[in-house]
Every structure is written in structure tokens, then in C-alpha cells.
Design a protein around this ligand. Sequence first.
Ligand SMILES: *Cc1c(COP(=O)(O)O)cnc(C)c1O
Length: 226
Amino acid sequence: MIAKHYAEIEARIGAACARAGRSSSEVTLIAVSKTKPVEMLSEAYEAGARDFGENKVQEILAKYPELPTDVNWHMIGHLQTNKVRQVVGKACLIHSVDSLRLAQEISKESCRQELTTDILLEVNVAEEESKFGFTLSETEAALMEISKLPHIRVCGFMTIAPFVDNPEDNRLVFKKLYDFFVDMKCKNIDNVNMNILSMGMTGDFEVAIEEGATMVRVGTGIFGAR
Ligand SMILES: *Cc1c(COP(=O)(O)O)cnc(C)c1O
């Protein structure tokens, strides 16, 4: 079942890319495997998945040794500073950097491990009370500060759009973040490599792709309901 779902999501990504005049090689599918057992991740791996998204450090640590070494682990959930030590060096990309303090901690730990960690800044585009992330108006200043930190590289932005019944209702959210992403890219900020826009989940990934997403995070659509 997972292989079939995975192939269906890939086909829908391909169709969305075609509609938008984009190449499907521009979009990375992240299989969001939080709460799911390793056996299910292995099935997705067999179906071709190499990028897995988790929202808890504990879960990455537990699953990491159980899957082949060519898996890319994406930290997509809110990260507490006291968990940074465990996830640096394991996650290929931390999508959920939502404070200067957290970025400083990732920088410090990356320095200690003598590596550079790729990060995205999480943007709460719709300014929902319940969500983490910088508002759009805060993000440029945050980006300027965070880009000065050693041993981390800001690669772009991530957003979790509001939960809606009709994905069209999130089109403007995605468009706003894409426009901002392009603005920031044009600034050619030192030590920033603006090339990743992580947006779109099971309910709205096609609209996100039409509006410029380069990474989509799909859980339910691949692994079923949680
Ligand atoms: C759970 C989660 C997803 C996947 O959500 P689905 O609706 O199951 O596709 C994507 N992004 C983040 C940050 C998540 O926590």
C-alpha cells in the first residue's frame, strides 16, 4: 500500500510541476514518517523514498540506525535548544529554526562537531497564534542576524500553512512566502544559499508546488492517518 501511495504522490507532484511549467527534479518529496514504525519507513524506502521528515529528535535517533545510510533525515518539528546536541550531525536539514537563540545553539554545536548545518527559517505567514515561526515582517532582520553565525548555512524558508478544507485557500500564503524568498535571494546575503522553499503537506502540496515550493512534506498521503 505504501509503495502505491508513494507512487501516486510522485505522480501528482509531476502533474503539478507540469501545470506550473516546472521540472519535477526541482521538487523534493519528503516522506513525513512521524509516529510510524520503522517497517513502514522501510517500505517507503523500497518504493524509492530517501528523504524522511520527523518532528521529534527522539524519533530521529531511534530510526536513524534502522534505515540505510543513504537516507536524508529532515527535522521538521519545533526544536528545543536542549535537544540540539543530539540532532546536529544526524539531520541533513533543520526546517524549523524559529528563533535567534535556537540558531545560536545549532551554530555552537555544529562548531563543536566541526561541521556546517543547513537550516531553514520557519515563517508563520498567516500569523496563527498556535504556530511557531517568525512573522514575515520579522524574518528579514532574523535572517540578517542568523546569517552571521558560523557553522550554519541558511538555505531558505519553511512554512506550515493553515489547516483548510480547500487547498486554494492557502494559495496566497504560499505565494507570499515565494515572493519574499525571491526578494531575499536577490539580496545575495553573505553565507546564505537561498534555494529551498519547504511548503505544502498532504492537503495542499499541489498548490504549494504551483506557487514555487522546492520541498513538500507529505505524511498522511503516504503512510495513512496518524
Ligand atoms: C506532520 C507534518 C507534516 C505532514 O502532514 P500531513 O498532513 O500528514 O501530510 C508536514 N509538515 C510538518 C511540519 C508536520 O509536522
